[in-house]
Design a protein around this ligand. Structure first.
Ligand code: NAD
Length: 305
């Protein structure tokens, strides 16, 4: 659920996000295709709770009409409580609370996968997967970013934190992390940039200004277009494809299909590190970017189904 300038922008986003979901499910080797639902919220200030509730029910009716060809779950702007509202109209909803037999908010698993991805990238860039003493800039301290920051702080990383919401400053203080504005965080001289807000921020202009060695974060669709992956590689920056890094939530939710087991879900989510190693090796041997190697892996798996 997000605020868009117009319906065309919302549709474009839904198409881009569903394309990423297809790659994400295929690379993670899940028995799922790709789809994404977008609820276009009203401009700043939000809407009254009864209208929000009605929008969720309308969305639920659309999901119900698809009769299992689309299964919905939480993402930006929604929570497992919202999934309970949707479940009033359709059973094709995942990520319900544990109390209701679901696997709960996927963000913790997304964060676990992001940490595993950061470690695999550090191994590639610096020869060690340890985060002790590494400098990380995390942009976006919502459900996923705050958890990634907490996990990486525990692993000994030194953090620079940032969010458009100044209210998140308190969280940075509690973690004893430095705080800066998002545009400064993007250009900061750190080992790892961890984007956990919205996508599209890596373009010709921003890539020229980057000073990090690694980019690995949860934000969907980080590249303004696929060509940006070549620019990042030319600058010697290890960029981990977002749809590989942020698959933890989807991997976790997919476990609901065979009877949910949290320990199995954790094992599969931390396997994101091995998937990335495989992609980096392929990229090196094919003399291409990690984006092309990851898309090729997805394509092979889709063809094999
Ligand atoms: P969220 O809405 O909980 O948090 C997003 C945070 O980013 C908020 O704190 C917001 O204030 C901040 N933000 C927004 N615009 C910003 C900007 N320009 N600069 C800095 N901060 C900004 O969302 P989330 O669930 O944590 O998801 C974060 C990203 O990860 C999204 O791109 C989402 O699609 C992706 N993702 C999330 C999950 C999941 O499990 N929640 C799974 C896969 C991918």
């Amino acid at each position: 659920m997000w605020v868009y300038d117009d319906a065309r922008a919302a549709l474009r986003d839904a198409l881009r996000l569903s394309r990423a979901m297809t790659y994400k499910a295929a690379v993670a080797d899940l028995p799922l295709g790709g789809g994404k639902g977008v609820i276009m919220a009203t401009p700043a200030g939000g809407w009254p709770s009864d209208r929000r509730h009605a929008a969720l029910l309308d969305f639920a009716d659309t999901v119900a009409a698809l009769d299992g060809r689309y299964i919905t779950a939480e993402d930006v702007g929604t929570s497992s409580r919202d999934m309970s509202v949707i479940a009033q109209r359709t059973r094709h909803v995942a990520g319900l609370s544990r109390r209701r037999g679901g696997s709960g908010d996927p963000s913790a698993f997304t964060a676990l996968g992001v940490e595993a991805a950061i470690q695999a990238c550090c191994e590639r860039a610096f020869g060690s997967d340890s985060l002790r003493g590494r400098t990380l800039a995390v942009i976006g301290l919502g459900h996923v970013g705050s958890r990634v920051a907490t996990r990486c702080a525990r692993a000994g990383a030194r953090l620079l934190l940032s969010d458009v919401d100044q209210g998140k400053r308190r969280f940075a203080e509690d973690l004893r992390a430095r705080w800066t504005a998002p545009e400064r965080a993007l250009e900061s001289a750190v080992d790892v940039l961890v984007p956990c807000a919205l996508g599209g921020f890596l373009d010709d202009r921003t890539v020229r200004r980057l000073q990090c060695r690694v980019i690995a974060g949860a934000a969907n669709n980080q590249l303004a277009d696929d060509r940006i992956a070549d620019l990042l590689a030319a600058r010697g920056i290890v960029w981990a494809p977002d749809f590989v890094v942020n698959a933890g939530g989807l991997i976790n939710i997919a476990q609901e299909l065979d009877g949910y087991d949290a320990a199995r879900a954790r094992r599969r989510v931390t396997g994101i590190a091995d998937t990335l190693r495989h992609i980096f090796d392929d990229a090196e041997s094919m003399d291409t970017t990690p984006l092309t190697a990851a898309m090729e892996l997805a394509r092979k798996r889709l063809v094999a189904r």
